[in-house]
Design a protein around this ligand. Structure first.
Ligand SMILES: [Zn+2]
Length: 352
């Protein structure tokens, strides 16, 4: 019988050795637990001071709200909220973290000063991942100044080349006081979407009101410019206005030229606005289709393109709609293309 089962036959010092072995085992397991705990502590604790290389390793731990994405380079991180306007995607809100851990916030493509009240409790440099989360949350939920969205003001600034120039220096440098902002699919405080607005160059962008104090006070300037324009128009350009009923026979050469320019501008504005509506419709109501149906639709469009072009004038809604879809169908990479149900019905009716 082996000595392990026969306790009477066990060798000398068997129990002492067994006891020592158990003691050692116990110690090593305790050490193991302590080491493991230490390791976990190291994982959770962020380095002090916080470093850019640590951020690089852990940037994916920053949780992003819906519609936000991360772009990274070796020297910068950009957390951006992207808006889809037709086929165009635009960054409406952005938090940038540079290699030296300083941050910048961009709203509608413009810098928001880090001294803004909203960033009162945010450190000037990133000291922890939680600071980035704090910044993103602030930027994502803040209300953006809606500027001045009145169509009359937009027309006025458009007629002046998209900006209001306060003065021009001897060197020819312009001092701009307000400008037209491009489409960011922005939402006003009451939830309405605006495609364009006039912003003062001093606009503070983030406000808890409908519009910031700078854009509010600039409103009176726009009002006076608009009324001056109206009175000038009444006195001098009545016959050159696009709605004028004056007969061309009674206009001199300059007036005819002005009338033609106005008509051309109006036509271009209408086309732009229709184009925007078409893109928005396709973006919001369009659907993706299977590959065979996509190629059938594309063939039908190409075959009937000439007939549609003949049937509808260049500025008509139908023509713009058709051309917009055809343009995308012809693209090399049209896999992600969205088809508006009306175009699908139209193609089917042309074929069958
Ligand atoms: Zn403003």
């Amino acid at each position: 019988m082996p000595f392990r089962t026969n306790k009477w036959a066990r060798p000398k010092k068997y129990y002492r050795k067994l006891h020592e072995r158990k003691k050692l085992e116990k110690l090593s397991t305790e050490d193991g637990i302590i080491n493991h705990q230490n390791k976990e502590d190291v994982c959770i604790r962020e380095p002090e001071p916080f470093t850019f290389s640590y951020l690089k390793q852990h940037v994916n731990e920053v949780s992003l709200p819906l519609s936000w994405s991360l772009l990274s380079s070796c020297s910068e991180f950009r957390f951006s909220k992207v808006e889809f306007i037709g086929d165009v995607s635009k960054v409406s809100r952005c938090v940038m973290v540079a290699g030296n851990l300083t941050w910048r916030v961009l709203i509608h493509g413009r810098d928001v000063t880090s001294g803004h009240d909203i960033f009162e409790h945010v450190p000037q440099t990133i000291t922890a991942l939680s600071v980035i989360t704090q910044l993103i949350t602030l930027v994502n939920t803040c209300n953006i100044c809606m500027g001045n969205t009145d169509q009359a003001f937009i027309d006025l600034v458009q007629s002046r080349g998209g900006e209001i120039v306060k003065s021009v220096s001897f060197a020819g440098e312009k001092e701009v006081s307000a400008y037209i902002e491009e489409d960011y699919n922005a939402k006003a405080e009451d939830g309405t979407i605006y495609n364009s607005t006039i912003r003062s160059v001093d606009c503070i962008l983030i406000t808890d009101r409908k519009r910031c104090c700078k854009c509010s006070s600039y409103r009176s300037n726009l009002r006076s410019l608009s009324s001056r324009r109206k009175s000038q128009g009444k006195e001098q350009n009545m016959c050159t206005d696009t709605n004028s009923k004056a007969n061309f026979r009674y206009l001199d050469k300059t007036q005819l030229h002005a009338r033609a320019t106005n008509l051309q501008r109006e036509r271009s504005n209408v086309k732009k606005s229709l184009d925007r509506i078409v893109k928005r419709l396709i973006s919001t109501e369009g659907i993706s289709v299977e590959k065979p149906l996509q190629s059938d639709l594309k063939t039908i469009m190409e075959v009937h393109s000439k007939d549609v072009t003949k049937a509808y004038s260049e500025d008509s809604f139908q023509r713009l709609f058709w051309e917009e879809q055809l343009r995308h169908a012809k693209c090399a990479d049209s896999r992600q293309m969205r088809w508006h149900p009306t175009i699908i019905r139209w193609c089917l009716s042309l074929r069958y």
